[in-house]
Each structure stands twice: as C-alpha cells, then as structure tokens.
Design a protein around this ligand. Structure first.
Ligand SMILES: Cc1cc2nc3c(=O)[nH]c(=O)nc-3n(C[C@H](O)[C@H](O)[C@H](O)COP(=O)(O)O)c2cc1C
Length: 351
C-alpha cells in the first residue's frame, strides 16, 4: 500500500495511543513488524505557539519510519500553522505523514471542538484538511470514528469529504463517539466507507489476533489494519499477524522470559529517552501489561506500583524473571493479550 508517496510494506499499523505510543514503544512495534507507527496525539496549539515540550512529543528515531505525527485541534488556521512547523523541520526530524485526530472521545478534547467533535462539523473538517494539505509537504491523513452517535453515523459522507479535501488515507475506528471503547466495533461501516472512496482505508477496532486481522481485511476490503490495545505489553503481535498473513504460519505468543526481558529493555529505553522520573511513572502500566497472565502477576503489579525508581523496577523485573527461571516457568507463554477496555479513557485523559 502507498499513502501518497509513502510505501507501507505490510497491512499492519500501530495506532496513535496517548500515553502509550511514545518513541520507545514505537521502536519496539517497528522491530516486531509494524509497517508504520503513529505518535500520540500532539496539540496543534502547542506546536503553533512554539511550545518546546510539544515539539519534543514529535521527536522520533530513524528506525521508526514510516511514522505519522497525529495532531489534534479545531482551528483550521492553527492546524495549518502546526503543519508548517512540522514540514519546516530538518529532513531527519520531519514525519512521513501528518494525521488529524477526528475520533478522540474524551471530554477535555471534544469540549474544545476537537477530536470526535469534528465529526459533527463537516465544514470545519473540510477547512482543516484543505488548510493542512495546502501547508504540507507530506501526505495528510485523518483518523475518524463512524459518527457521533447511533443516529448520526456519517462515516461514508465524512470519508468522501476527507478525500475531496485532499486527505490521502482515512483510518476508521468503527465505533461512535458515544460508544467510546465499548461494545463490538461495527466493521460493516468500514466496508461501506471502503466502497465510497479511492484513497486507502485503514480499519481499526477490536483486532486482537491474526485471525481477527484476516477477517477484517477480508470482510471489509480495507487496505490495512490498525492495532491499538492488542499491542499493549505485546509488540510481538505484529510479527504474529505478518507470519499468518504472509505464510499462513501461526507463531507462538511470547514466553515469560521474552516478556520480562522486553520489559527490562523497554524500561531502559524510556529512561534514556525521557529520564528517570518519567520512566519510573510511565513504565508501571507497561510492566503491568507485560506480566499479565503470568504466574503471580497480580502481586508483581502491586509491587511495581510501589516502586519509586527505575533501579527498583529493574531489580523487581530481574528478581521475578529469576524466580520463574528457577521454577521452570520462564518458557511459559500464555495466550491472549491484556483486556484494557475499562481503563482506556482514563489512560487517554491522563496522557
Ligand atoms: C490508551 C489509549 C490511547 C489512545 N490515544 C489515541 C490518540 O492519541 N489518537 C487517536 O486517534 N486514537 C487514540 N486511541 C484510540 C486507538 O487509536 C484506537 O482507535 C482504539 O483503541 C480502537 O482500536 P483497538 O481496538 O485496536 O484498541 C487511544 C486508545 C487508547 C486505548
């Protein structure tokens, strides 16, 4: 698949995930075969005002490419200005894609007329995309939901509008804003949008394993599949999806040893990228996801939440791995990723 001139070499992408898809996590996902990755949503306001901390959110390593930076905002002028800021960066810091968040359901975003609130304002949406496309030297894409609520599912009209305005791909989380992260995703709406536009359509929502991914590709005709929660604590999911898609091969899920070694490395990567304090705080959730389903994981999660430094967390992970090695359980590989529905909004709101 191509998005504009950007080649995406398999159909499995890492979703934008506030509080999760930071540079270390994106690197892990790319190493395991994600074909492209997205940043967490970044404030267009902050970029347009020249806020240094906001610009830091846009930093990435070369091995993360192809990478999309996702912007959220509601003012067409500010969104265009933020796009210019990104396109004026030196080539090595310039993203491959700029994506627009038109799906975030959390109150602090929709109250500012951004995220999913844009779905109810087609003229504003049109102005934002046109302004950004005119300002951009890279393809502009959008990530939407199927509508605001059940009575206003406008995904087909919105996909057409986005294409007309110059968006070069549309990612669709197949739920309404009101549904947030709950209930089954409505994949048939992805199929309807796919039939209505000629730019690539990226399906999203409830893909947990290789079979789900195949089913989404086959039943909706979408060009690619975007994964969010299934990658939490399991960046290997991309390798499993690719093996099944390319060779019909079912790879085993990661072992306890692989998960804990990844957790230890992930901790070191976040520490190097963002410093001790951020790592000690941000890695708690990742560690909880890495240990999910392993023996005594509830106890380990509790202990992790009490750690106050990177050194303590590192020590805890190594001690736990040592215990499992001695018990002969390090090769244990539970099926199934974490179930994070209930925490999803809290995570975004905190991020
Ligand atoms: C913790 C969390 C943070 C998210 N942050 C973003 C975000 O910054 N931008 C965005 O467009 N979607 C965001 N989403 C939505 C996901 O990208 C995705 O659309 C949703 O989780 C459904 O896909 P999944 O079933 O594969 O998780 C977030 C979801 C979660 C759970």
């Amino acid at each position: 698949m191509h998005i504009g001139n950007v080649r995406i070499d398999s159909p499995f992408l890492l979703a934008p995930l506030a509080g999760v898809s930071d540079s270390p996590f994106r690197q892990l996902a790319r190493e395991q075969g994600a074909a492209a990755v997205y940043t967490e949503m970044v404030s267009a306001d902050g970029l347009a005002r020249g806020n240094r901390a906001t610009l830091e959110y846009c930093a990435f390593e070369p091995q993360e490419r192809p990478i999309g930076i996702q912007l959220f905002g509601s003012d067409p002028g500010i969104m265009a200005e933020a796009t210019r800021v990104l396109c004026d960066l030196p080539a090595e810091r310039r993203p491959d894609l700029i994506d627009i968040n038109m799906g975030c359901p959390v109150r602090k975003v929709v109250n500012r007329a951004a995220g999913a609130a844009l779905l109810t304002r087609p003229e504003r949406m049109n102005a934002i995309v046109r302004g950004m496309v005119a300002a951009s030297t890279v393809p502009v894409t959008a990530k939407i939901r199927i509508g605001w609520d059940e009575g206003s599912r406008n995904v087909v009209e919105v996909a057409r509008l986005l294409e007309d305005a110059g968006a070069q791909a549309v990612a669709i989380h197949a739920r309404t804003r009101v549904e947030r992260f709950e209930g089954p995703a409505h994949w048939e709406m992805i199929a309807a949008a796919r039939a209505a536009v000629s730019v690539p359509v990226i399906g999203n929502g409830d893909v947990r394993n290789a079979e789900d991914a195949r089913r989404m590709l086959e039943t909706t005709g979408c060009d690619a599949v975007m994964l969010g929660r299934a990658a939490f604590g399991d960046p290997w999911v991309f390798r499993r999806l690719r093996a099944f898609h390319e060779r019909g091969e079912r790879l085993a899920p990661p072992t306890a040893r692989e998960r804990l070694e990844a957790g230890i490395r992930h901790l070191a990567m976040v520490t190097a990228a963002a410093g001790e304090q951020v790592a000690a705080r941000e890695m708690r959730k990742h560690v909880a996801w890495y240990v999910k389903g392993l023996p005594r994981s509830a106890r380990v999660r509790e202990q992790v939440n009490r750690t106050r430094s990177v050194a303590e967390m590192d020590e805890l992970l190594r001690r736990y791995l040592g215990e499992l090695e001695r018990e002969g359980l390090a090769a244990f590989a539970p099926e199934g990723g974490p179930d994070t529905d209930a925490e999803s909004e809290d995570l975004i709101a905190a991020g």
